[in-house]
Design a protein around this ligand. Structure first.
Ligand code: PEP
Ligand code: MN
Length: 356
């Protein structure tokens, strides 16, 4: 950290800052310029966390030079992590396809959508049983019934699945069945939920908040990591901008930026970002080209009857194209398409929350 003193700061002001730093066990290096004095702090950042340096007389600014996150930072962990969801990997060597219905609406719809997902090459299924809806009058999801439908369907298809959990009270129930827990965009800074989800012993898919900066998103991942669970995947799903032509604005630059700061895999959700079926494949191409470690896509057998997000769901006719798009772009990006690793089969999907 660096403390920048105001032009008119007195020697006494400088001394007070230096004294405060050394009192908590840090070292202070004073550098006096012609117009301004700056003080470099050396020590463990946590030593200075409680010091209200901004409030000291004569202080103009306090600048962090090291990253505020530790466990998910690639400073401490330079090799990219691979997160295992059941026997499916999400990591830097492969492109992983996650697909399924936005919401579990019925057994029939879920089975049809998950079959489409498998046909497209998905190694992980998705589906929402607990839906975070903007309107309290909108379909809120089937809850535990939906979770059971998804669980049965996924097991029949032999694939692991990810599903959202919206409240700490449901974490245990969802973690008992799901292979990966999703924290949705609207809950990215629900810190209690992040901690509970972290402790559930499952890998976590953490979506970026609608208005969250990349730093805030990574700090949310740090909350999960603090519980001892490093099996976290970041998901860019579009951010809110002034542009109304798309549901959200897909921030493709978030992928290389987040990958340069953390060791966590980063995936893109082209469905919730574009919000339109015809944008899903172009955004998938962009995502793989920019280096995303995976794609999470909504599919639906009859989007015209969908209870949630029909306009963005891919349909049967899109499935072959999705599979081919992922394969071709993965190859161009120097990666293989993720497949379920039968040899690694542990028989205990996602039980371990240990870091890699
Ligand atoms: C979802 O994936 O179903 C979802 C609600 O996404 P988001 O939290 O990104 O809006
Ligand atoms: Mn949705």
């Amino acid at each position: 950290m660096v403390v920048v003193m105001r032009g008119g700061a007195s020697e006494t002001d400088v001394d007070k800052v230096v004294h405060a730093i050394t009192e908590v066990g840090g070292d202070a290096f004073v550098s006096r310029g012609k117009h301004q004095t700056i003080i470099g702090l050396v020590g463990d950042l946590t030593q200075f966390a409680e010091l209200p340096l901004h409030a000291f007389p004569g202080v103009e600014d306090v600048i962090r030079v090291s990253r505020p996150y530790k466990l998910v930072s690639n400073d401490a962990h330079p090799r990219p992590s691979t997160v295992w969801v059941g026997d499916a990997a999400i990591g830097r060597d492969t492109v992983t396809l996650i697909a399924g219905p936005c919401a579990v609406e019925s057994e029939e719809q879920t089975q049809a959508a998950c079959r489409m997902a498998k046909e497209a090459g998905a190694t992980i299924l998705r589906g929402g049983a607990y839906k975070p809806r903007t309107s309290p009058y909108a379909f809120q999801g089937l809850g535990e019934t939906g979770l059971d439908i998804l669980h049965t369907t996924a097991r029949e298809l032999g694939l692991p699945f990810v599903t959202e959990v919206v409240t700490p009270a449901d974490v245990e129930t969802v973690a008992a069945k799901a292979d990966m827990l999703q924290v949705g965009a609207r809950n990215m800074q629900n810190f209690q939920l992040l901690k509970e989800v972290g402790m559930a012993g499952r890998p976590v898919l953490l979506k970026r908040g609608l208005t969250a900066t990349i730093d805030e998103w990574i700090m949310a991942a740090e909350y999960i990591a603090q519980t001892g669970n490093l099996q976290v995947v970041l998901c860019e799903r579009g951010i809110r901008t002034y542009e109304p032509m798309t549901r959200n604005t897909l921030d493709v630059s978030a992928v290389p930026v987040a990958q340069s700061l953390t060791h966590l895999p980063v995936v893109i959700d082209p469905s919730h970002s574009g919000g339109k079926r015809e944008l899903v494949l172009p955004l998938t191409r962009a995502a793989i080209a920019v280096g995303a470690d995976g794609i999470i896509v909504d599919v639906h057998p009859r989007p015209e009857a969908a209870l949630v997000d029909g306009p963005q769901a891919l349909v049967k006719e899109d499935i072959v194209l999705l599979r081919e798009t992922v394969a071709r772009f993965a190859e161009a990006a120097g990666r293989s398409v993720a497949r379920v690793d039968q040899e690694r089969s542990t028989g205990a999907w996602g039980r371990s929350a240990a870091g890699v």
